[in-house]
Design a protein around this ligand. Structure first.
Ligand code: MLT
Length: 334
């Protein structure tokens, strides 16, 4: 065998060095080392279409979190089936801190609505912290006949067989609010599902669907601009962003009360140190004046620091799974 010349020896050394780099990258777990986290961009799954209320809230907090963490929180809309497609994708992601889920009340309704749910909202996730609790508004296309909420109630009861109601899929907040609304009115209407209330709003403004119940983070701008008709807000008190909008209770329908809590999640096996880093960054974002102002303009507010913790988030999630399970079971005659 002829001895290797200097060029060939250099080639061998280069190859070994390259192999060493590859092995080092593998041994460091591709950036999953909690002490070094985060070293790369983080994907934030939003389980509804772009432009809707969940997407809006996510982008509000993703910006200051990106600044705080020194990497980009990259929003990924994975819509479908009332948010369960996106949540399922997040549950199955690598538990390395580089996939985070933003979801809302739909995390607590899915178990009662989807018998074959691909994930367990509690066992398959770790909670990072609550984000905000958003009021809902009952709105209609701008040329819808009823002027007041009382007129709306009468009109829908008398025309239940022809009116259409938009929502973002079984178990979505807009679907749940629609359930409370039609239950209170004692009617069944034609539901028109979308992959998010972003596209639903486009069709409502265009007059292709009659009404829907959606979050102020998606409706405030359209209401203020006169693009849709607004009848009521689903909170006990009126909200500053829409001071002229009566509450459902004022309009004689106190049972139609719902707010939409949002939280951040990671896959269940994500190291606790990584969760703690994300929780701290979320708390920084929720204290950011720009976020506070943006949320106020859209009828909501950040939760307190105590609520933006895994403990408070898990407590609410578990309580809500029970509550909505009972409501949904009762509405299905269970
Ligand atoms: C819903 O549950 O209605 C969602 O919030 C809609 C959305 O975010 O697009």
């Amino acid at each position: 065998m002829t001895p290797a010349g200097p060029r060939k020896v250099a080639a061998y050394i280069g190859a070994l060095a390259g192999l060493g780099l590859i092995l080092a990258a593998c041994s460091s777990g591709g950036g999953a080392d909690p002490a070094e986290y985060p070293e790369d961009n983080i994907e934030v799954i939003v389980p509804f279409s772009a432009g809707g209320p969940t997407d809006t809230v996510t982008r509000m907090v993703a910006e200051p979190m990106s600044q705080d963490l020194g990497v980009q929180m990259v929003v990924q809309n994975v819509d479908g089936a009332g948010g369960t497609v996106g949540a399922g994708q997040a549950a199955a992601a690598e538990p390395d801190g580089y996939t985070v889920l933003m979801h809302h009340i739909g995390m607590s309704t899915a178990p009662a609505l989807y018998p074959d749910l691909a994930y367990d909202p509690v066992a398959d996730f770790k909670t990072v912290g609550l984000v905000t609790e958003v009021p809902m508004t009952i709105i209609a296309r701008s040329d819808f006949e009823p002027e007041t909420f009382e007129d709306f109630v009468t009109y829908v009861q008398e025309n239940a067989d022809t009116v259409t109601m938009a929502h973002a899929g079984e178990g979505s907040a807009s679907n749940l609010c629609g359930l409370l609304l039609t239950e209170a009115l004692g009617v069944e209407v034609t539901a028109v599902p979308y992959d998010g209330t972003g596209p639903a709003m486009t069709e409502l403004v265009g007059g292709q669907v009659d009404f829907m119940c959606d979050q102020t983070t998606n409706t405030t701008g359209q209401i203020t601009a006169g693009k849709v008709k607004a009848y009521a807000v689903t909170t006990p008190e009126r909200i500053e962003a829409l001071p002229d909008l009566p509450t459902t209770a004022e309009a004689g329908q106190p049972d139609i009360q719902v707010t939409v809590w949002h939280g951040l999640y990671v896959p269940a096996e994500t190291p606790d140190e990584i969760v703690a880093t994300l929780t701290e960054s979320l708390q920084v974002a929720l204290a950011d004046q720009t976020v506070i102002d943006q949320m106020a303009d859209l009828g909501t507010a950040p939760v307190s620091e105590e609520q933006a913790t895994p403990e408070a988030h898990t407590e609410l999630l578990e309580e809500q799974i029970g509550t909505w399970g009972e409501i949904i079971s009762a509405s299905q005659g269970g």
